[in-house]
Design a protein around this ligand. Structure first.
Ligand code: NAI
Length: 377
């Protein structure tokens, strides 16, 4: 692992997810921007002293020289470091799991995607929400035509945690997220809008063609947007509306997707992730629950406990990790990838996310909110 040290957020979730299905052990790392703090953290986490590194450059050099080198690295650092770290590991022949957004610029995203292709290494992106079983069920339902042709896609990701200027009060996570050099051009849209965008595309299977955006910064002095409304035109005529907000008081983690087709609609809410609400034209809403035997294989393989025993965020993240393992193992053993590898986000999904943020910010900043085509969809 690179990053994810003392006081960090997502690194701990990666560690749970990597271990839950027994596909991975954590055996080496450069856990912190501060080498000493990183080594302390490694020792608390029972990492061998000779595999606890001061930085990722040392980690690559020393791991490369070992017979038992790591198979894959998880990059859990702030956005601006993803590109140099992922590039260096790919070039050194390692597979990579990289946090979203994949890079802070479109140029870097294109370069990293191409590097993954030319090196033949795996580059997985942790779009967490595509790991949920009921998100896979929703995707399968749209694909088999349960909703008919999709007409309208509403996706929102409201959060309240940055409703005040906490970046000036010592909050580590907010500090780099509000610094354009570290976060990239898109504030809320880059941080959580990318999750919402990926989720909408993942479930509907629709390619987005163009965006028109209105961004706002409500907290005084903040350099990046903390609220974004984006209209999306999808292939085939479907229309989308995406809202990301870091100032939505009362919303802990309110990611919600609603898809309306010509025959039916469905709703998935991240805070009730074990359920899908499905409604046929003029029908009563039906609650479809995780764990039911008549669900599709995509949901079934990603389910561990029976209905009524809730599964959540850690299991969804685990499903991504188990998908990464399935893809890498299938490649190395010359087998076809099983159901766990299906729909796993890779470098092209990372590139699409960065292209989306770029077009959204351009629409707002340079085109007065006008329509812009998406370069990668
Ligand atoms: P954080 O600030 O809590 O942790 C960052 C960690 O990276 C710290 O331990 C820091 O010391 C370390 N670090 C920074 N530069 C480093 C370097 N050059 N070498 C080694 N370590 C370094 O940040 P947080 O919130 O955990 O976010 C990290 C990444 O994860 C971001 O890209 C963010 O967008 C993404 N993220 C993804 C989520 C998801 O649902 N997939 C949820 C939250 C964050």
């Amino acid at each position: 692992m690179v990053g994810g040290g003392e006081g960090a957020y997502i690194g701990g979730i990666h560690r749970f997810a990597a271990r839950l299905d027994n596909h991975f052990d954590l055996i080496a790392g450069a856990f912190d921007v501060d080498a000493e703090r990183g080594r302390d953290f490694a020792s608390k986490n029972f990492i061998d002293r000779d595999r606890s590194y001061g930085d990722y450059v040392e980690m690559i050099a020393r791991e490369q020289a070992r017979g038992d080198r790591i198979d894959i690295v998880a990059i859990c650092t702030p956005n601006h470091t993803h590109f140099p770290i992922a590039k260096a590991f790919l070039e050194a022949g390692f597979d990579v799991i990289c946090e979203k957004p994949m890079t802070t610029t479109i140029e870097d995203a294109i370069a990293l995607h191409e590097l993954a292709q030319t090196t033949g290494r795996f580059l997985g992106i942790t779009y967490t929400y595509s790991g949920y079983p009921m998100v896979h069920e929703a995707r399968a339902m749209v694909a088999r035509g349960d909703l008919g042709a999709v007409r309208v896609v509403q996706v929102e990701y409201p959060l309240e945690w940055m409703a005040t200027g906490i970046e000036l009060q010592g909050n580590q996570q907010a500090a780099w997220r509000t610094d354009p050099k570290k976060n990239g051009r898109g504030g809320s849209i880059g941080d959580i809008g990318t999750h919402a965008y990926h989720l909408a595309g993942f479930v509907t299977g629709l390619k987005a063609e163009a965006v028109a955006a209105d961004l706002a910064t409500f907290v005084e002095g903040r350099a990046l947007d903390d609220n974004a409304h984006v209209m999306i035109r999808y292939e085939g005529g479907a229309r989308g509306l995406l809202w990301s907000s870091q100032v939505a008081i009362g919303q802990s983690n309110g990611l919600r997707l609603r898809v309306f087709g010509e025959k039916a609609s469905l709703i998935w809410h991240q805070e009730q992730p074990n359920e899908l609400i499905f409604t046929r034209l003029f029908g009563a809403p039906e609650t479809i629950k995780r764990g039911r035997e008549d669900l599709t294989d995509g949901a079934g393989v990603r389910t561990r406990t029976p209905p009524g025993h809730p599964e959540g965020y850690i299991e969804a993240f685990t499903n991504l990790y188990s998908g990464f393992a399935a893809i890498v193992r299938a490649r190395d053993e010359g087998r076809t990838v099983g159901p766990f590898g299906e729909g796993i986000p890779t470098s092209y999904d990372g590139l699409k996310g960065v292209a989306f943020v770029d077009a959204v910010v351009d629409s707002h900043e340079r085109h007065n909110g006008g329509w812009l085509p998406l370069q990668f969809a």
